[in-house]
Write a protein that binds this ligand. Structure first.
Ligand SMILES: [Zn+2]
Length: 365
């Protein structure tokens, strides 16, 4: 399993799709006002060969190319890594269907990162230590979030610089820096990525999770439900595909690398949110929640220096993997020019955000 997670993005760079993307015909169904595509289409498009169902569960492909999940669930695994879809997989006409939004905004950038248009190799990494100064963040008997995040970031800074990267810190020490200022710092850097480090708190929660910006029209998983503002395009939405590729690389590195140091810490998956720092940056970015300070098991791990050292090492590994995954491949064809709104689409799955249904009447925000 660990090997499969490690090779997730790298493997996707090796897909040889030839001219398939330009000739592939997707079936579409409108279910409760939203476009869905049948899972069997994914089998053909990504060349997965096998499709198996056992009651509500399904599995496509095998070995290093496996997608699996359950009907009615948002939990979706690609090569063993957990993604939280924006809409559940659905049963319709005796088939299983996934939303076109999740296909284009989750599955496609993970399966074919080399098809993402980008500005080339990342040379600068903006490291954002959550909280600081009077804003202590979460805390427990061992320490406070603001100290832990700074410690991880300073450790990571050394590793990135040794590997030849330029590093920009949103806060070099224990000072308060407003979220808007962090965004400005990030947006001044060309050819850069943004990694925001946090630790979690609350309830009976345990484990690590990676947040990436919700695409336009997709509810935040931190909100109670859909809001009108979900339909407003954020600056960070220009990076939807890169954000998901980065989230995948980062989450895979985290999950893989911390296992020896925290074997019982669960994988909470890749999630969607509109936190200010990932919403308003114009470079690709993610926000990482690296364990719960309010959980006894997590808290002990986080307090240990080797756990935080490993988190820092994971960040470097993630950026290296991201850079490798997005290298252009000779065999990849452009899949722009999708035709949203038609019953049948002849194109790749990367389509723009859907429009809000005209009858949408959710409360304000
Ligand atoms: Zn925090």
């Amino acid at each position: 399993m660990r090997l499969r997670i490690l090779t997730l993005l790298l493997f996707a760079t090796q897909l040889l799709l030839g001219g398939r993307a330009s000739a592939f015909e997707w079936r579409l169904a409108k279910l409760e006002g939203r476009d869905f595509v049948p899972l069997v289409n994914l089998v053909d498009f990504y060349g997965l060969r096998e499709f198996r169902r056992a009651s509500a569960g399904f599995q496509m492909g095998a070995g290093l190319r496996e997608l699996r999940g359950h009907s009615g669930s948002v939990e979706f695994y690609i090569n063993g890594l957990k993604f939280n879809l924006s809409y559940p997989v659905r049963e319709h006409d005796g088939e299983l269907w996934v939303s076109r939004m999740d296909l284009s905004k989750v599955i496609e950038p993970v399966m074919r990162p080399q098809a993402i248009r980008n500005g080339g190799r990342i040379e600068t990494v903006v490291l954002d230590a959550g909280h600081g100064g009077h804003d202590k963040g979460a805390h427990n008997a061992y320490g406070t979030e603001k100290d832990y995040t700074l410690d991880v970031v300073l450790k990571a800074k050394r590793l990135f610089e040794n590997a030849g990267y330029r590093v920009v810190l949103t806060r070099p020490g224990d000072q308060f820096v407003p979220l808007e200022e962090r965004v400005k710092i990030a947006n001044r850097q060309p050819n850069a990525l943004f990694l925001s480090v946090h630790f979690n708190s609350g309830g009976a929660g345990s484990g690590v999770e990676t947040y990436t910006l919700a695409p336009c029209g997709v509810p935040s998983m931190m909100a109670d439900g859909p809001r009108v503002s979900d339909w407003q395009r954020c600056p960070g939405n220009t990076r939807d595909a890169e954000n998901m590729a980065l989230a995948t690389a980062t989450h895979a590195a985290l999950i893989h690398d911390i296992r020896p140091y925290a074997p019982e810490m669960p994988d909470r998956g890749i999630k969607r949110a509109r936190f200010v720092v990932i919403r308003d940056i114009t470079i690709p970015g993610v926000l990482l929640e690296c364990g719960f300070l309010t959980n006894q098991y997590d808290a002990r791990r986080i307090a240990a220096g080797d756990y935080r050292r490993q988190l820092a090492a994971s960040l470097l590994m993630a950026v290296e993997r991201y850079n490798n995954a997005l290298k252009p491949q000779m065999s990849v064809v452009s899949n722009s020019g999708a035709v949203p709104g038609e019953r049948r689409v002849i194109s790749g799955p990367s389509v723009g955000a859907e429009r809000p249904p005209a009858q949408r009447r959710e409360g304000g925000d």
